[in-house]
Design a protein around this ligand. Structure first.
Ligand code: 5GP
Ligand code: ZN
Length: 112
């Protein structure tokens, strides 16, 4: 039994507003959106952060990067979007399961 919030979301134990799922990735709307589009994209396997990656994750992370623009466009972000990956307490990471934010549309936050 995992204590990880995002693993519980993937398992369906905690509800989420899912926008995409495949064998490797899960994407859902942030519960506290900072822009009119605010998604979180996560690997299904539990990886704590970018700091926990090793060479075995290379293909998965490449796949995740390729999926980001596709997901952004699926939300109508045709002229661009912002991605953020916070890492560790010094990077402001609050949930310890690797995730990329996708932000765009109206009310885009500043970069600070
Ligand atoms: P971090 O600060 O770790 O990069 O981002 C964590 C994000 O997860 C925050 O933007 C926060 O709003 C979002 N979040 C936290 N708990 C939940 C939840 O239960 N459901 C959803 N959909 N998002 C959450
Ligand atoms: Zn997890």
């Amino acid at each position: 039994m995992t204590d990880c919030l995002f693993c519980k979301i993937i398992a369906g134990d905690i509800p989420s507003d899912k926008v995409y799922e495949d064998d490797l990735l899960y994407a859902f709307k942030d519960i506290s959106p900072k822009a009119s589009v605010h998604l979180l994209v996560i690997p299904k396997v539990h990886i704590e952060s970018l700091d926990s990656l090793n060479a075995e994750h290379q293909q998965l992370i490449g796949y995740m990067m390729l999926k980001l623009p596709e997901l952004a466009k699926s939300q109508g972000l045709d002229d661009g979007f912002r991605t953020i990956i916070n890492t560790g307490p010094g990077g402001g990471q609050e949930v310890g399961h690797l995730h990329s934010h996708i932000l765009g549309g109206k009310n885009m936050p500043g970069f600070n």
